[in-house]
Design a protein around this ligand. Structure first.
Ligand SMILES: [Zn+2]
Length: 201
């Protein structure tokens, strides 16, 4: 293939590195951007630069934020004593969309995975324990909201072992049956977990 524009080729090459984007989609996006007006493309480019340059981690919960502490940690309406532990920032966004949780978060920044050589020291376990020990935080409950897979289980087990020596409640979100799904289509592991975390009606 003969390349007629090195600049276009460079843009395609970078776009193709985005998750879920192959060379074909990258090509389509690059062509789409070329057709847009300058204002839009410059705004997009600036947003990407700001994303990398100006965003920081909240020093309390390690959520991604424009300011420190983040808007959740600095909101006086959020319960101080409840910490919801999640693996990544995207999980904070997912839970926030439900408007169900009014406490604060702790973003581990990873998950314990012996197969990948990721241990407790590689994620923010120490920082979580510091918060539990911090008198100002008055932590009464830690909710573990980790993914229901082998790594999530191992991490939840490890954290529960550490936390149960403190006078706080350690809970886990219930894993169950997705809304709108019929029982016959549920896999056995999900169904058995749904049974074990059943609630009183
Ligand atoms: Zn925060």
């Amino acid at each position: 293939m003969q390349v007629t524009s090195e600049i276009l080729e460079r843009a395609i090459e970078q776009l193709a590195k985005l998750p879920g984007t192959g060379r074909k989609s990258a090509q389509r996006i690059a062509m789409h951007l070329l057709k847009q007006n300058d204002d839009y493309v410059f705004k997009l480019a600036q947003a990407l630069v700001d994303l990398k340059k100006s965003i920081q981690h909240c020093s309390v919960c390690f959520n991604i934020s424009d300011k420190d502490p983040c808007s959740i940690c600095s909101n006086p309406k959020r319960h101080n004593g409840t910490i919801c532990v999640v693996e990544e920032t995207k999980d904070v966004y997912t839970i926030e969309r439900t408007n169900e949780f009014q406490g604060r978060y702790h973003v581990l920044g990873g998950i314990i995975s012996p197969l990948d050589n990721i241990g407790p020291d590689d994620i923010r376990v120490k920082e979580l324990m510091d918060r539990v020990h911090d008198e100002d935080e008055k932590v009464e409950e830690v909710i573990l909201a980790l993914n229901p897979d082998a790594e999530g289980e191992a991490t939840a087990y490890y954290l529960n072992k550490l936390l149960k020596h403190h006078e706080i409640k350690v809970t886990r979100i219930a894993y169950g049956i997705p809304m709108g799904t019929e029982l016959e289509y549920i896999d056995e592991a999900t169904l058995s977990r749904a049974f074990s975390s059943r609630n009183t009606f």
